[in-house]
Unconditional design. Structure first.
Length: 408
């Protein structure tokens, strides 16, 4: 077995990503990372008693090359002898409907689709192709935006059914391994768009750090993520236990005693508020600013603010979290200012529709896929980065995490 495959298998074993009896689906897009992921799983999974059941590709309809990417992903699945599922979604339209960025809309739709494929294929794990470089880039992005241990934990090796077997290998190792095997992959030109923050970090900030401090800085940043993940998991454990005592649910209404919250250490208090917000956010992103706004509201002793999916009021010594009903005339107030109505729910059609094709085997059923990392992390998706040519000969590449604005 090559050193590359040994590293992947070691990560799978150490992080308990999958084992005997597990059935895997790999998200693919066209880049080097997911090409390597597909080939690696096809070899490593049987050694550990697992099985790669299929590849899944979401065509974002954002690029002229989107259909060619999809065709190459289908060819790769055929070469590996596994099932193939695809869906075409107008991600730009989804972004408009959701009132969010193309990147966030792509991420949401992509994970919904991959989870549906997993359920339809009877898969227990959904694999995506994030690498150690992706981890380092995410840490830098979180630092730039401001983050504590939860944010700096960045990309998790496993989050629910989503796994990342390539998280301990660098992007350069991925590409070198593919070249050794004579495999090609597809290039996504949107990865060169430096107006996208991640691409700016990838092409400018991280290379500068490597030049200034050496290539080992990538490993240092990845190690920081691992240390922060341990801290975040401990904090979350304590906060969950505390929230179970303090957060009161009555149907769809959540309440939190203002005095009890004020008595907590700030590090725990923030996480208790985050837990309360998550319960009413209905899957929407909840971030640091939302938590701080609720804490500030509690300190004022009165008033109301709107946060993702809900309205929070402070009255009679309690913080009351209530689902928000859109009302163009009286949507609620945030310190005297009208608050825009909540985002629409996801509209991606279920996997049974005509937008999905199964090239190998039937696909009876549906499921949903989630992204890894704590909910307070907004963007853990990573764009494919490859250098291999765009031809489909010999092999194709697939990346289970669509680019920011890009793949398909």
């Amino acid at each position: 077995m090559s050193r590359f495959l040994e590293r992947v298998q070691q990560t799978v074993s150490e992080q308990a990503l999958f084992g005997a009896g597990d059935v895997l689906v790999a998200g693919v897009s066209g880049g080097a990372d997911s090409t390597a992921l597909a080939f690696a799983l096809a070899e490593v999974a049987p050694r550990l008693g697992a099985r790669l059941a299929g590849l899944a590709h979401l065509n974002h309809q954002l690029r002229d090359a989107a259909d060619a990417d999809e065709a190459c992903c289908r060819e790769l699945a055929a070469r590996l002898g596994v099932g193939f599922d695809s869906r075409r979604v107008d991600v730009a339209a989804e972004a408009r409907a959701r009132k969010t960025s193309i990147e966030d809309a792509a991420r949401t739709v992509r994970y919904l689709f991959l989870s549906e494929v997993a359920a339809a294929r009877g898969a227990t794990r959904v694999a995506v192709g994030h690498t150690r470089n992706d981890q380092a880039e995410t840490v830098l992005l979180r630092l730039a935006r401001g983050a504590g241990p939860v944010g700096l934990a960045a990309i998790y090796p496993r989050a629910g059914q989503v796994i990342r077997p390539l998280l301990d290998v660098r992007r350069g190792e991925v590409e070198a391994w593919l070249r050794e095997r004579g495999q090609t992959w597809r290039e996504d030109e949107s990865n060169q768009d430096r107006t996208i923050p991640r691409n700016k970090v990838r092409h400018e900030l991280l290379p500068w750090l490597v030049e200034a401090f050496g290539a080992g800085v990538v490993d240092v940043l990845a190690r920081q993520a691992a240390l922060s993940r341990d801290d975040a998991e401990w904090f979350d454990l304590v906060a969950t236990e505390t929230a179970d005592r303090l957060v009161i649910e009555d149907g769809t209404i959540v309440t939190l005693e203002q005095g009890a919250l004020g008595a907590l250490h700030p590090a725990i208090g923030r996480r208790v508020v985050l837990e309360a917000l998550r319960r009413g956010a209905n899957g929407r992103f909840v971030g640091f600013d939302h938590v701080e706004a609720v804490l500030a509201l509690g300190q004022t002793g009165s008033g109301a603010i709107d946060v993702p999916g809900q309205r929070v009021e402070c009255r009679q010594g309690r913080l009351r979290f209530e689902p928000r009903t859109p009302d163009p005339g009286r949507e609620g107030r945030r310190r005297g200012r009208p608050v825009p109505e909540s985002e629409p729910e996801p509209t991606a059609e279920p996997i049974g529709g005509s937008a999905v094709s199964n090239s190998t085997g039937d696909c009876p059923g549906a499921d949903r896929r989630q992204d890894g990392g704590p909910e307070v992390e907004r963007r853990v998706e990573v764009e494919p980065r490859a250098q291999g040519g765009s031809k489909c000969a010999g092999s194709v590449s697939l990346e289970g995490h669509a680019p920011k604005g890009g793949r398909g």
